[in-house]
Write a protein that binds this ligand. Structure first.
Ligand code: RB5
Length: 148
């Protein structure tokens, strides 16, 4: 498990689920930092993705959680940041694989798509999973070559 606080952020479509996930992290004693939004007011998901991606890229966090209505917009935005591997997950298997195979440093969820309890299982699974390295690391290196 990561020792740095987990960076978490959402737009208005993910606001409610973000707060539930924060409560869940608190209950589990997992440190987090909330990068907003802080009230349920319309917000543009690329703006909401930015501070969480920057926290991961500058080392303030090793892992981030981003939530919008579907998880789609915020994951597309997050993946525009070089070095971010954001995985939109709506099932537990994908969450596990996104860490084991893709070393996803951000997980994205859809607040209007994924129920609260399932979201907790997805987040827990992703946080507990370990990157397997080896051939997967070589594939990730190829992704980052595309960025260059
Ligand atoms: C906001 O209405 C919604 O478009 C946004 O949360 C997200 O689902 C975009 O992909």
């Amino acid at each position: 498990m990561t020792s740095k606080p987990i960076a978490i952020g959402s737009d208005h479509g993910g606001f409610e689920l973000k707060n539930h996930i924060i409560d869940h992290l608190k209950e589990k004693g997992i440190e987090y930092k909330d990068y907003g939004i802080y009230e349920e007011k319309s917000a543009d998901y690329p703006d909401c993705a930015r501070p969480v991606c920057e926290a991961v890229l500058n080392g303030d966090a090793d892992k981030g959680i981003l939530i919008c209505g579907t998880g789609i917009g915020i994951s597309i935005a997050a993946n525009k940041f070089n070095g971010i591997r954001a995985a939109l997950c709506s099932d537990v298997y994908s969450a596990k694989m996104s860490k084991e195979h893709n070393n996803a440093n951000i997980i994205c969820l859809g607040g209007r798509v994924t129920g609260r309890e399932l979201a907790f299982m997805i987040v827990d699974t992703w946080l507990e999973a370990e990157f397997q390295g080896g051939r997967h690391a070589e594939r990730i290196a190829k992704i980052h070559k595309i960025e260059d």
